[in-house]
Each structure stands twice: as C-alpha cells, then as structure tokens.
Design a protein around this ligand. Structure first.
Ligand SMILES: C[S@@+](CC[C@H](N)C(=O)[O-])C[C@H]1O[C@@H](n2cnc3c(N)ncnc32)[C@H](O)[C@@H]1O
Length: 281
C-alpha cells in the first residue's frame, strides 16, 4: 500500500514543542490576550475543538476563558507534541485534516479553532481541508482560523532590508518547492469561502520580533526571546540552504548572525489574520 508523505515541513520533537509553547505566549501577549476572532464570545460555546492542536497551548488558555461547562476536544495528525502527561482536552484524537473526519464527529462542535497550518497544507489542499474541518461543525457553528504571512516586514515599517530579504527569499523558495502558501494569512478568507463557509470576517494583527517588541510595550527580555522564537525554525532553513547548494553552512551562520543583529537593533513584524466563518444552516 502506498504511504502518503507527510507534507508538514517543521520538526515534531521536544525542542519544537517548547518553541510552540513560547510562540503561543508571544502571540497571546501581542494580541492583548485575544484567542479567537473578536466577534466570538467564548462563554457562549459548549462544544469546542482545537484542530491541529500541537502542544495544546491554545486549548489550555481557551478553557480558562470559556464557560465552565464547555467540553474541549483536541486533534492533530500527530500527538507527539501534545502534553500527554498534562492533558487538558476531554477527548484527544489523531486526524489528518486533508482527509474526511469520521462520521460520528460530523456536526459535533459549535466552535472549531485552528491555528498555524501554513507549514502543513499544500495550496491545492486548503479548501478541501477546511471543508473537512467544517464538517465537524453544527449548522450555524463557527470556524475560527489564525494564519500568518511568512513575508517579514522591517521594524521601522517602510522599505526592505537585505537581512530580511535574505530570509524572505529562502522561505519563498522553500514554500514554493513544497507547494505551500507563503502568505497564508492573505488567502485564508478566500479558502474559507471556497470551502462553503459564509459571513467570513477577518482582522489583521501583527506580531513583533526583536526590537519591535519594545514598540508595543513588551519587556526588554522579549527582544532576545522573540529572536530565539523565530530562530527556532532556522535549523530547518539552514538544511534547505546547504542541501539545495545555495551556500555553505558557514555562510548561512554568518548571514544568520547579521540577521539577528538587525533584529536586535530594529526588529521586524509578521502579519497575522484571525478569520471567522459560519457553517450555513
Ligand atoms: C505550527 S504547529 C501549530 C500548533 C498549534 N495549532 C499552535 O498554534 O500552537 C502545526 C500543527 O499542525 C499539525 N499538522 C500538520 N499537518 C496536519 C494535517 N494535515 N492534519 C492535522 N494536523 C496537522 C502539526 O502536527 C502541528 O502540531
């Protein structure tokens, strides 16, 4: 039997799990505590799924912000990173969202949250994947997706910097080769409409890295911690750089060091879209 290749280009291991946790904290702080699209009042929902949960970090915080009687399920293609020893979900299961969910889960949830699949879903798979996830919603239920653009924006706003363009070109080439969507945030509303969701609304947010953290009042320590957060995907990028024959490991390290110096002095932003859609009645 042919085994379908896992598209996901990021690692799944304890180091990445730690990075995902820290990333969740950074996102939540950047968004002023916002966990879902602001039109959603978590207190109104009773049956919630965190789809592609990773470590379950979102679910842990969403549980505190929701009605005490709400049930929370979590699913992911791999539960390797889910905190098996500290479970917060009522039911946890393995599910590849590019495949239909089992029939007994259809129409189960009144709210489904899903975040950061840009590294896992190919362009041609997105509308079907969203339609699969939407099948688990009750009629009238809400799907809230949060996705980011990988294009880096300099801290000062206008113009480009060679230190960011270097990374932009690398991720663009990598994402293109894997058929992934580089500026996923921009495309999510259309993918959701294509998947049959209605009343699609989006808000654009921005996540700071390096010195840009200080511009929104984050503590000094977040300058370095956010650089480490973004740098966490660097080993995979470095492998791509070396394997594709673009340059040597030493050249990569020198460019990475200059990139991090730039982040310390000026910083950068990444655009995020929080989008909500409704399953038709
Ligand atoms: C970048 S992590 C984000 C995790 C979590 N949503 C968060 O925001 O912290 C992406 C997650 O999606 C999962 N994933 C990737 N492709 C998937 C697929 N086809 N079906 C289900 N989960 C998938 C990965 O295993 C990983 O846990």
């Amino acid at each position: 039997m042919a085994v379908e290749k896992d598209v996901y280009v990021l690692p799944r291991n304890p180091t990445e799990a730690e990075r995902l946790h820290a990333q969740h904290e950074h996102y939540t702080r950047s968004f002023g505590g916002l966990l879902v699209h602001p039109s959603i009042d978590l207190q109104e929902y009773r049956s919630i799924l965190d789809c592609c949960t990773g470590t379950g970090a979102w679910l842990r915080d969403a549980r505190v912000a929701s009605h005490a009687g709400a049930t929370f399920d979590a699913c992911d293609q791999s539960l390797e990173q889910y905190e098996q020893n500290n479970p917060v979900a009522d039911q946890v299961y393995v599910q590849d969202i590019t495949k239909p969910f089992p029939a007994d889960l259809h129409g189960k949830y009144d709210l489904v949250h899903q975040r950061l699949l840009t590294a896992g879903i190919r362009r041609d798979q997105w509308p079907t994947a969203i339609a699969n996830v939407a099948q688990t919603l009750k009629p009238g239920g809400k799907l809230t997706l949060t996705e980011l653009n990988l294009e880096l924006i300099r801290g000062a706003g206008n113009g480009t910097s060679e230190h960011l363009e270097w990374k932009n070109e690398l991720t663009r080439a990598w994402w293109k080769k894997a058929n992934l969507v580089h500026n996923c945030a921009d495309h999510i509303p259309d993918f959701m409409r294509e998947a049959g969701l209605t009343d699609v609304q989006a808000i654009r947010l921005r996540v700071p890295y390096g010195a840009a953290c200080l511009l929104i009042g984050m503590p000094e320590v977040s300058v370095d911690s956010s650089i480490r957060l973004y740098g966490g995907v660097s080993p995979a990028l470095k492998r791509q750089w070396v394997e594709s024959g673009t340059g040597t490991a030493e050249e990569y390290d020198a460019k990475q060091a200059a990139h991090e110096e730039f982040l310390k002095s000026e910083g950068m932003w990444m655009d995020v879209n929080m989008v909500v859609g409704t399953k038709p009645l």
